[in-house]
Structure formats: structure tokens, C-alpha cells
Design a protein. Structure first.
Length: 232
């Protein structure tokens, strides 16, 4: 965080802090702070909601900045909105379409085999199926309507608001899955498929958080600014 004071950090939006260096996303996640759908909230407010000491978070962010961590991840802040849209579509949409069927197959099998004795896995499966439907509809809207409009400089405020609302829905479903699985922790003696499903769910959550963060906190602000004749 350099010479930035803790007070200055507290006044900044969470999403803006993460956009500067995505390694910081792991720190916010460790403290239970949402940096994608809740990216517009100030760091101080986010800490207060989670009962986190701002100074402790600031120290953890300083430590993260000094480490290699996820430095291999690209810094998208200098990318044009059209290129960002292409990146999200080619990287994150492709990831979703390749991995959601795997998740659905895993959770369906676990629910079928273990659901009678462990009813929570039936709920997990239902939530995964719901998430898959939401994500497919959302990605289609982006690819068919919103991203082309961004590339042409014609996206409307209503379109951005709708996408952000859909992000909230997907994020809420993912949070419910995390709760049902005890933080993606399989019980002792869980079968290989059960363990694989929880590991894949945790991986999917990480990609979803970056996916939503790139749209809510980087792409949409840049597109809005470009259309207004400014810069983000």
C-alpha cells in the first residue's frame, strides 16, 4: 500500500483497492470481505460489517504487496473496454462453460448417493443447478447485447445496472453454497467425488469473484467513463 495511511485506505472503495493489484483480493477474501459484488463499499465500512480491525487489514495488504503472490495475473487497468470485454468472454466465460457441467455432474452424484443421510448435499446440488442456469443466461446477455454495446460505445446505464444485479444474484447463490458446505470442507470419510466437488466449487468461487470484480470494478466504470468522454 506504499505510504498510504490507514485512514486513507479506509475511505477508498474495496473494488478500487483490489483493481490496483489483484493479489489483494486474497487478503479481503481471508477476512471474509466481498471485493466483487460489494466492491463499491468503503474499506472501513466493509471492515465494520465483518468486525475486522482496519489496521490489521492494512498490515495484511502491505504484506501481500511485498510478496509475489498472484503477480502473474494481468493488470487490466490500462486495457480498453473492448479488450476487457474480449478478455472476460474468452477467459472467464470459457471457464464457466467448461467447468459448470463438471460441477453439476459431481454434485448430482453426491446428492444421489449421499443425500438421504446428508440432506445438505441435496441443497448444494440444487444451488449449483440454479447457479448454472443463472450464469448461462447472464453470459448470453453479455455476449449478445452488453459487450457488443460496450465495444460500440453504446451501452446504457440500465444495462450496467442489470448486469450488476445479476452479479449479485450469482454471488448470493455462491455464498449460500459456501455456507452449506462449511467453507467447502468435506466431512471426514467423504468419498472422492464429494471431495472433488467441494474442491471444484472453491476453485469456481475464486474465478467467479475475479470475473465479477473485473466487470463491476474495472470494465463497467471504464465503459461509463469512455462514453462520457473521460477516463477510468
Amino acid at each position: 500500500m506504499g505510504t498510504q495511511s490507514t485512514k486513507e485506505l479506509g475511505s477508498r472503495p474495496v473494488g478500487e483497492v483490489v483493481a490496483e493489484d489483484y493479489r489483494r483480493g486474497g487478503v479481503f477474501k481471508r477476512f471474509g470481505i466481498d471485493f466483487c459484488c460489494g466492491g463499491g463499499r468503503s474499506v472501513a465500512d466493509a471492515c465494520a460489517r465483518k468486525g475486522v480491525e482496519l489496521e490489521e487489514l492494512a498490515q495484511a495488504l502491505e504484506s501481500s504487496d511485498r510478496k509475489g503472490g498472484e503477480s502473474a495475473l494481468p493488470d487490466p487497468r490500462g486495457w480498453a473496454p473492448a479488450f476487457l470485454a474480449d478478455y472476460i468472454e474468452n477467459v472467464h466465460h470459457t471457464y464457466c462453460r467448461e467447468n459448470l457441467p463438471v460441477l453439476q455432474a459431481f454434485t448430482q452424484k453426491v446428492a444421489r448417493v449421499h443425500g438421504l443421510e446428508n440432506p445438505e448435499v441435496v441443497e448444494v446440488d440444487q444451488k449449483v443447478q440454479e447457479l448454472a442456469r443463472e450464469m448461462e443466461a447472464h453470459m448470453k446477455s453479455e455476449e449478445d447485447v452488453v459487450f457488443p454495446a460496450i465495444r460500440d460505445g453504446e451501452a446504457t446505464p440500465e444495462a450496467f445496472a442489470q448486469m450488476e444485479e445479476e452479479h449479485d444474484v450469482a454471488g448470493g447463490i455462491m455464498a449460500e453454497i459456501r455456507g452449506l458446505t462449511g467453507g467447502f470442507t468435506p466431512p471426514q470419510g467423504a468419498c472422492a467425488t464429494w471431495r472433488a466437488s467441494y474442491a471444484k466449487l472453491e476453485e469456481f468461487e475464486g474465478d467467479l469473484h475475479r470475473h465479477v470484480h473485473l466487470e463491476n470494478n474495472v470494465l463497467f466504470p471504464k465503459a461509463r467513463a469512455a462514453q462520457a468522454g473521460g477516463s477510468a
